[in-house]
Design a protein around this ligand. Sequence first.
Ligand SMILES: Cc1cc2nc3c(=O)[nH]c(=O)nc-3n(C[C@H](O)[C@H](O)[C@H](O)COP(=O)(O)OP(=O)(O)OC[C@H]3O[C@@H](n4cnc5c(N)ncnc54)[C@H](O)[C@@H]3O)c2cc1C
Length: 331
Amino acid sequence: MADPSTPDCLVIGAGLSGLILAKQLQQQGHGVLVLDKGRGLGGRLATRRLPYPQVGEGALDYGAQYFQAQTQPFQTLVARWMIQGVVTPWFHEGEVPRYRGTPNNRAIAKFLAQGLRVQTQTQVTGLRRLDKGWQVETAQGDRVSAPFLALTAPVPQALQLLATGDWTLPVPLQQSLEQVSYHACIAVLALLSQPSQIPAPGGLRCPHESLAWIACNQQKGVSPQVPAVTLHSSPAFSQAHWDLPDPEVTALLLDAASPWLGAPVVSSQVHRWRYSLPHQVYGDLWAGDRDLGLILAGDGFQTETMAETLSPMEGAALSAIAAAETLLSWL
Ligand SMILES: Cc1cc2nc3c(=O)[nH]c(=O)nc-3n(C[C@H](O)[C@H](O)[C@H](O)COP(=O)(O)OP(=O)(O)OC[C@H]3O[C@@H](n4cnc5c(N)ncnc54)[C@H](O)[C@@H]3O)c2cc1C
């Protein structure tokens, strides 16, 4: 059941951007309720555990892999996370650190969610505008309302939600939002019988035309006891093979990765990310309208320059910070 007490703002999405946004509102004394359809927190900051014979289990980051911190606001956040032991540098390119969550990337979301009211396994299925604010309806049939609504789902999902009401967005806003798109990605999560042959530090970009990324979670520190690799398909492969059954897609991607595996696969799973990395961004850090009491944020809300130069996670964080500042000026 949704908590019936009325928050000042409902945040849809407990990924990086929803949690940063919610935290900033709460720190300024506002009541916030975060709803997420996922079983756990984090959205695309995703880690999964798979059983492994004798040893127990392996763990794999299968969404976001690592990130940089190139702007002052994000560097401030990351410095705080480092002090709390939630992130650590994974490797450096030149002098520049690439960070990862500790013990895994989902830990960043768990840390951000501390002290927040977050309801997972709560899919929002409908949005209704009230005289003052919004009412959301969940798949369980619960209704929660608040004066302000922040949507941090990937933009196509946010648009689907906005289309559930008896009300339409202003046409220019709707059209701009419809331009935002994301690459799809098929992830294969595989446990191996021996350590992988992926060279240190345990991650390779585009090692094969079918693969955008391959990572050794053991070297990364996510799965210290168990050899566990994450394969991410390239956008072209994902598009061409999206509907292929799991066993076939797994065989193709494991074959492409075979030079870096070097050991038999003990078990594997597939996860399809319909929205992985932003492809076409909105061009600004948030969208919305004070009179509507509505704001949209997330990694789709960046300028082109940001999207070319920053990690998507940094883009998501900057969008959330900007959206929170805007909401604070409205509340
Ligand atoms: C395969 C992959 C690899 C990546 N690699 C990197 C990388 O190496 N570096 C990097 O910086 N970034 C990477 N990214 C991108 C990074 O993960 C995202 O930029 C970032 O996590 C976005 O956070 P977000 O909060 O904006 O969105 P999300 O994490 O997508 O959060 C949105 C949340 O909304 C929830 N939601 C959606 N619809 C509803 C609904 N109707 N009701 C309730 N909840 C709903 C979802 O469950 C989700 O938890 C990668 C992503 C993927 C998938």
